[in-house]
Design a protein around this ligand. Sequence first.
Ligand code: ACO
Length: 152
Amino acid sequence: MHIDSPQYGTIRQFQRSDIERVLEIAGHSLTEYYTSSLIFDLFDSWPDGFSVYSVGGDIVAFMIGARNTPNEARILMFAVDEPFRRQGIGERLMRDFVEYCSRNGFISLKLEVKTDNESAINFYKKFGFVITSRLRAYYSDASDAFTMWKII
Ligand code: ACO
């Protein structure tokens, strides 16, 4: 079934009962360690910024945004479970988030990504993000981040 088929999957807002699956995908896909209390804090501070993508009732991807300033949103955590990558699910989540931000008065988006994460950097470039700076020893393993930024 194709990603564009309505039967394939749906985007919806995170619910507290999704936490285990979100932590599982984060644990497999992201290199930093995240706790449920941090995830709940992020959700409580901006529920509309936290989306999940589910296929057949199972969550396979999520994106957590935050309000950086009144005009700028930030993508804090974003991952698609490995077997579901390269099917357009990341694109669906990104387009949905950009549309929401655009409708709600944000003018730019910002994020940090590991400098060696070529697939994510390519993904973000496809959506018009540009690298604006390098942050030395940004991650807990002392690796560097690129800051990426986009006008919406
Ligand atoms: N290599 C090169 N380009 C890629 C790749 C890749 N591995 N993956 C995606 N792209 C680009 C392509 O242009 C692709 O279009 P195409 O398939 O028609 O060529 C386009 O992005 C859209 O791809 P999607 O299928 O929508 O992307 P996907 O659903 O796989 O999600 C994501 C992309 C979220 C980066 C996924 O690879 C992932 O979960 N990676 C591991 C976790 C991660 O690195 N998250 C980002 C960390 S930074 C942060 O959280 C702020």
